[in-house]
Design a protein around this ligand. Sequence first.
Ligand code: 5AD
Length: 424
Amino acid sequence: MCLTIPAKIISINNQEARVQIKKGTRDVYIGTLTDAKIGDWILITSAAGIKKIDEKEAKEIAQLLEDARNINQEKINPTLNEIFSRAWNGALKKDDLICLLKLKNKEDIEALLSEANTMRYHFLRDFICLHGIIEFSNYCANNCVYCGLRRDNQAVRRYRMPIDEIIEIADEAVNKIGYKMLVLQSGFDLGYSDGYLIEMINRISEKCRAFLFLSIGERSLGLYKKLKNAGARGVLFRFETSNPKLYETLHPQESAKGNFQNRFFLLRELKKIGYYVSSGPLIGIRGQTEEDLADDILKMKELGAQMISMGPFIPCDNTPFANEKSGDVEMSLKMIAVSRLALPRARIPVTTALETLDLQSARGQGLTGGANALMFNLTPAKYRKNYKIYPNKFYGREINWEKMALYPGEEGYEMLKKELGVEI
Ligand code: 5AD
């Protein structure tokens, strides 16, 4: 779901109110807020007041959206300025992406994040999507060397959630808390038959009016078609890297070549049949260069990915990559910002892996550096510790975000349609 923003009512004319927001004033419909009066704080979409809040809440929420960056325009290096202007003209070249990803100087990086933030605001305003993710099975037939859920990892206690339990969580998230975007994630679990997955999506769709993303790996196109008919709308499926050689180092035991090509084949086909596609790379694997990452961004563009799913690699015990170096927070933030410049309208979440690496500030840095979405985990506590893709996974679900982003009811759906063109 998407964020509303706090506003203060400065005048009222019948069912219309003029409200003060951070950047000026706005006229909104307040017909549903029958007791609203001048001086009250409310949460608004671009067109309507949604609910009353108190001043303290409004200030806390405004804080979450604060742009902390203070850039001295005069000091920005001229090469950067030229690249930024190409970005605004939709004319970024691969060399530009590489140059931005190679930035080392703190001020230059701040300028990059700030520019990405401006672009996010220009194209998408302050509307930020909150996705709820349910990790419903940790079985995996794949053996990716970086992933804690890999088939050969005997240390994992495997689980599969029964359909009824998955539905209960989805029901509570959508119908009680107000989530409108759900990601159903599992390993590449062939223990779920096609029929079982179809039944699951059918039943969730029946009960929950929500945009359902599948994150179930490389299943057949035929199954994806059936799941779409059952109500799935989006697919979250990372290509991990666009460099075939690197891909091979990540998947040495598979037929890496076929697998690599098939991922892209599948992503293209899924897009063709109308799925909302989210994909992207793993950041910071050994041997990966800025050129590779620039290619990854170009690949997301070529695929027409509407959402970008990427995050830093975090070494996981009991995997062949347990002693590898971790991905880098700064590079992950640069990837968010450069992706925003290259794909101005994409939905870009601050993913859990980045939050895990930097609990204090990744979320804020990402959201003021080009990102416009968050993933909150809805997996029941008893399963979470076993969904260990990497260690110390962050599970923060903040009440303030849920307060402003999630509200049950028709307005939420209308807002999604209006702000994001998503009809549910
Ligand atoms: N660190 C970070 N991300 C990982 N993933 C898998 N293992 C790790 C890890 N060790 C990511 C992959 C996969 C997604 C579900 O999780 O990119 O596509």
